[in-house]
Design a protein around this ligand. Sequence first.
Ligand code: XUL
Length: 499
Amino acid sequence: MGYVIGIDLGTSAVKTLLVDREGRVRGEASEAYPLFQEKPGYNEQNPEHWVQATLAALKAVIREAGTDPGEVEGVSFSGQMHGLVLLGEGNRVLRNAILWNDTRTTEECREIEATLGERLLAVAKNRALEGFTLPKLLWVKRHEPELFAQAKLFLLPKDYVRFRLTGRIACEYSDAAGTLLLDVAGKRWSGEIAGAFGLSPSLFAPLVESGASVGTLLPEVARETGLPEKVTVFAGGADNACGAIGAGILSEGETMVSIGSSGVVLSYVDRGDVDYGGKLHFFNHGKADAFYAMGVTLAAGYSLQWFKETFAPGASFDELLRGLDETAPGAGGLLFTPYLVGERTPHADATIRASFVGMDASHRLPHFTRAVVEGITFSLRESLDILRGAGHDIRSLVSIGGGAKNETWLQLQADLFDADIHKLESEQGPAMGAAMLAACGCGWFATLNDCAERFTRRARTFRPRPEQARRYAELYALYKRLYGDTREVNAQLAVYRGS
Ligand code: XUL
């Protein structure tokens, strides 16, 4: 028969997906790992936890699929972006990885802007944001100089896990683009940026395409997982690139909304010489020589997870989201801004924090749940508006991630975005994109577009309802005022955080 496995190294868990040649999911497994938040704004993980969880999730997916592991032909990866994994002598991990949602690096961002000026946007195509990798490298250099002196190499999260599975070191363009160290259009590490911060060229891993074969499994990994040693391992891509591949966002005019821990609105772009003036992220796609522009809400699904853990720990997500059916747009006059860990788009601000505004004695859990869901979606609407303002004619989006699992939320997205929302038949998020990279690498398809035609099927379209869309347009105007209205207070409250 022949199978491939997609591995998505997420922020809360790693997910493995075993897929056949028709794109049918034959097995799925996931293994969670902890997030360390030692101080406000800090978000770290232990790379060894990723490796052990990945091995466990590989074993589990093979068990669950009940297929002969000898028939698995290829494996590939998707991963949380930007995280800094610093390796020393003998490729030993020097410290916990500092993640994409860690916001300790504001000072380093200002230093990058001051040093590079307009060259930053010209070369790296993105502005300096706390979550990106270069500010993290500079933070370690400044705050942990002895440790930095031992650094021989840095890797991104999934590239480290791939290294541990294959023994081969590589980085690919879609994740390299999120470091601020890549010449995005030229597809090479920027000697100019690295040199400006005294970073030695030896710190950088060789660059390959997402679909490139990186090697095969190490004998001990093959033994432990039951997979054959000859399985080809393909480089894979950043989770947003892989989400886009899995959703079939592979041609100009296609847009997706993805609600995982973070939330993104992402449009395909086929040229590297465009200029969004730093208002959006602009990265290399997992499809060779393609790109995408996107806006990011840092705490999307994470806002709902935080809300559930804090205020309704006994409820499941399904139970909580039933609140959407019991309430009307506007949650009875309650608004929420999802700035729990600061924000990226449209407000690049590490200090801003979340608010509930308009609490009334009549509000109950379902109102708050609805306000959180609407707040996440309003925030994504702001990214959508920037894309539209930059000339993307977006009348429909493919919705993926946790936000695509609930039909009421899908309808809410259609009403609030005033656009058609497509739900996929089998929504598997970025792990499916990783599996598709492996499927193409194995030669099952000539192109990712061909693979998407077979693997990505749209199940249903939610269309905006005029009455609800009108109501959301009014509420959105109010929502947009809240950032400016709460910024100053939050800046002053920052000194109390963590006490
Ligand atoms: C994108 C970003 C997040 C992470 C989440 O720039 O930081 O979407 O990739 O995994």
